[in-house]
Design a protein around this ligand. Structure first.
Ligand code: C2E
Ligand code: CA
Ligand code: CA
Length: 772
């Protein structure tokens, strides 16, 4: 098995499939008309291909995503279960005497509103995730995810048989089927309704097109999918009607009845029966069915009577009778809940570096002690996760065999006391057997469970890492491609997992400043005639504690999306000014600090006053700083931005147009706009080595700057050939790795003073230091 595992892991590592938002590999995406396709690699051996296909299967991935969306509700429900059911008589009495006989009502209502309706929550979540996945594969045909969630929700309710409430004779949906017992039908309804909805979306004749502007914003999108939505619901209602016509009005009960039928007569209370019972229970749980409930007939027929016989025998002083009883399964095969998930939890804490999975494990710790494992089952998730299928079934079976032989060989006494399922691990083993050996056997089984789960956790951790890297790369690509003129969020609204990553990074960022993870680097700007540094550009850095270096374009983009850039921009300005003041005090007088200013900051009317206030407080003259704004921002028609730019100019701030030549250029604008410097865009700057037209553009921009008294700077100058070419075209001021990468404050100071001492002597290339 370990060999198989290693091969599976190696296969997934060796054949990286770029993952689309929502966990779907992009390489094989644009196949089917519905935006889905098979993701298994063609040359993988059969079994492996099957498994990797399952892991990346878009429907399964969306179901897992949908399950985790329900996590807040699951956690609230878990707290209610723990508070109401804490298995200690003194506690129960204390709560009763403190809050009265109805003290459990509060927890009961929370349970009803959480686990009591968990199937409805899941169907909404899965419908929503599947729509996001559809959107990621169909950029030109976006479906509102909430509408898709509602459709799945509606379809599920169409299949339910209302029950009549005795008092008043009204009809209602049973809490049983909209709660934990109804999970499988809910998952199935979400999957089938989404597939049907997608099918109907494929027919253009079923789409109602309304031109934007002719209605309030969400109406066109809603109307566009109206007919496919109605048809999907009608198909479900027809299915239900047909089932009722053929005598199965209550589909939910029928499913449970049908599933439990093979287990009605399980035979003798033997090891084989126990293994079949254990395997069936966990396979059912794995697909979202309440396994213990389906198998209740077996429990009632075999294991409850066996327990009663053991208790009676024990009281009569007879030798114990049956090994397999209800407490046997609770104590030895459900350590921390079905699947011996306490073992999984420990394996998670040992194996995951990924903070998301670790946090889920930590959150499950206390509930798991009381054998409540829903947070782990749905949060990690284990349910429908192909990676955990094998250990989730194997661990309880191995535990069953170990505990069986421990009992048969007389190493551990059999269970002779009934113990509630939620009595904490080790206590229940001790209480059920009346011997500390019961608890020791549990400890041994726990170790075995950890050992079985560990390689699978490692495999899952590898897959998560890979998926993270691919999502992160997509986020970086979105940041690089982003259009700064767009006023809406650019990174936060990415669909699926990429958007999720953007949101979690944006959350981390709020803490980053406080924890000192953000800092500045300074890149020298050099006059290539003399080799002397005349300016530095301050560039922000974020060293994330788990991820490492986050590219500025990503976190600046996120800060713009959240509005945090207003604080962050001021912080960067103040730190830059502080640095300038330090250098000035140390004798560096004629160097100007360029600070980047984001488009969003220019929408703040009070920006000029805030900047002046900082300069005044730090006693740095306004002439010592320049503000860099990108070209697209500088050429704005935005009223407030124009006002702010004009006011900055009137306060004597020097404005630099960054990334000049990105395609927004209007040379005549330079006459109107109070520009101090122009920075050539990296692409234009580099292109002079290969493109004649770029040379001509740069040369005429240089002439124009010369005439208008504007300082022209070229960025990304990495080698001598590039420098010589730019100089020949009339551009003498440069910034780039040829002279220096961005440096730490100390290294920048040494660099600046070094060039000043060597004034007049062209500076040779210095070794790169403190980059990044
Ligand atoms: P930018 O303003 O165009 O900054 C120049 C970028 O070019 C910097 O990237 C710099 O490290 C990089 N660079 C300079 N010389 C070379 C070279 O020779 N070769 C190469 N390959 N790269 C070179 P960085 O630091 O990653 O910053 C990226 C962008 O993030 C900046 O582009 C700027 O738009 C933004 N940014 C950085 N810091 C701040 C900040 O404090 N505030 C705001 N609003 N934006 C910032
Ligand atoms: Ca810049
Ligand atoms: Ca630039």
């Amino acid at each position: 098995m370990f060999f198989l595992l290693r091969k599976f892991g190696a296969l997934l590592r060796l054949k990286p499939l770029p993952v689309r938002a929502g966990g779907v590999p992009a390489s094989s995406v644009p196949a089917g008309k519905d935006g889905f396709s098979s993701h298994a690699s063609a040359d993988a051996p059969g079994m492996m291909r099957f498994l990797s296909g399952l892991v990346w299967n878009p429907y399964l991935a969306a179901v897992r995503e949908g399950l985790t969306l329900a996590l807040p509700i699951i956690i609230a429900g878990t707290v209610a279960i723990l508070v109401n059911g804490f298995p200690w008589d003194a506690y129960q009495e204390l709560m009763g005497s403190a809050f009265g006989p109805h003290w459990k009502r509060l927890g009961g209502y929370i349970y009803n509103g959480t686990f009591g309706i968990i199937s409805l929550v899941m169907v909404l979540g899965i419908g929503h995730s599947l729509a996001e996945d559809y959107n990621a594969g169909n950029p030109l045909d976006q479906v509102a995810p909430s509408i898709a969630g509602f459709i799945s929700f509606s379809c599920l309710l169409c299949t339910m048989e209302p029950v009549s409430i005795p008092a008043g004779g009204e009809l209602a949906f049973s809490l049983r089927w909209i709660g934990v017992y109804g999970l499988l039908p809910a998952i199935a309804a979400a999957l089938i309704s989404s597939a049907l909805f997608r099918f109907f979306l494929r027919f253009p004749s079923l789409r109602i097109t309304l031109y934007s502007g002719s209605a309030v914003s969400s109406v066109p999108q809603t109307l566009n999918t109206l007919v496919p939505a109605i048809l999907t619901i009608i198909v479900f209602a027809c299915g239900k009607t047909a089932a009722a016509f053929y005598g199965t009005a209550d589909i939910h009960t029928a499913i449970y009845h049908w599933l439990s039928r093979p287990f009605q007569a399980m035979g003798e209370n033997h090891l084989e029966t126990a293994l079949i019972y254990g395997a069936a229970r966990h396979v059912l749980w794995f697909v979202g069915i309440h396994g213990a409930n389906v198998l209740e007939p077996v429990m009632q027929e075999l294991y409850v009577p066996a327990m009663q016989a053991n208790i009676a025998g024990h009281q009569a002083g007879l030798p114990a009778l049956s090994v397999f009883t209800k407490p046997f399964f609770d104590c030895y095969t459900s350590l921390g809940g079905s699947g011996s998930t306490l073992g999984l939890l420990i394996a998670c804490l040992l194996g995951y570096k990924d903070s998301g999975a670790r946090n889920i494990a930590k959150l499950s710790l206390i509930p798991s002690v009381f054998n409540v494992n829903e947070i782990l089952l749905f949060g990690l998730p284990v349910v429908l996760s192909p990676v955990f299928l094998i250990p989730f079934i194997l661990t309880p079976l191995v535990s069953t065999i170990i505990a069986y032989f421990a009992c048969v060989w007389g190493i551990v006494p059999v269970t002779v006391h009934d113990v509630a399922w939620n009595v904490p691990v080790f206590f229940n083993g001790y209480l059920a057997t009346g011997s500390v050996k019961g608890a020791l056997l549990q400890a041994f089984n726990l170790l075995v469970a950890v050992a079985i789960y560990r390689p699978f956790v490692a495999l899952d951790a590898g897959l998560r890492k890979k998926q993270f890297n691919e999502n992160f790369k997509k986020l970086v690509d979105s940041a690089v491609e982003g259009d700064t003129t767009d006023s809406g969020p650019r990174l936060l609204n990415r669909p699926g997992a990429v958007g999720g990553l953007a949101h979690s990074l944006a959350g981390d960022m709020r803490e980053a400043l406080r924890r000192g993870e953000l800092f500045l680097r300074f890149q020298p700007q050099v006059n290539s005639d003399t080799g002397r540094v005349y300016g530095v550009e301050s560039l922000m850095r974020w060293q994330h504690p788990h991820i490492g270096h986050i590219p500025p374009l990503v976190f600046i983009g996120l800060a713009e999306d959240t509005g945090y850039i207003l604080d962050l921009g001021l912080w960067a300005f103040e730190q830059s000014v502080l640095q300038m003041s330090e250098w000035r005090n140390a004798g560096v007088q004629d160097v100007v600090m360029s600070v980047n200013v984001s488009a969003k900051q220019l929408e703040d009317r009070h920006l000029p006053d805030k900047l002046m206030e900082i300069l005044g407080r730090r006693r740095v003259p306004v002439e010592s700083v320049k503000l860099e704004v990108t070209e697209s921002v500088a050429l704005t028609s935005h009223m407030i931005k124009n006002e702010v730019l004009a006011r900055l100019h009137s306060l004597n701030f020097q404005l630099v147009i960054d990334d000049f030549g990105m395609g927004h250029s209007s040379l005549t604008y330079l006459k109107k706009f109070p520009v101090g410097s122009l920075k050539l865009d990296a692409v234009l700057s580099r292109d002079v080595l290969v493109s004649r037209s770029s040379c001509e553009i740069v040369s005429s921009v240089a002439d124009l700057c010369n005439t208008l008294g504007i300082n022209l700077v070229a960025e990304y100058v990495e080698d001598e050939a590039h420098l010589l070419k730019l100089r020949a075209l009339g551009c003498r001021n440069v910034q780039g790795y040829f002279y220096s990468p961005p440096l730490s404050p100390e290294a920048a100071f040494r660099f600046i003073t070094g060039t000043h001492k060597a004034y007049g002597v062209p500076v040779r290339r210095l070794p790169a230091e403190c980059s990044g």
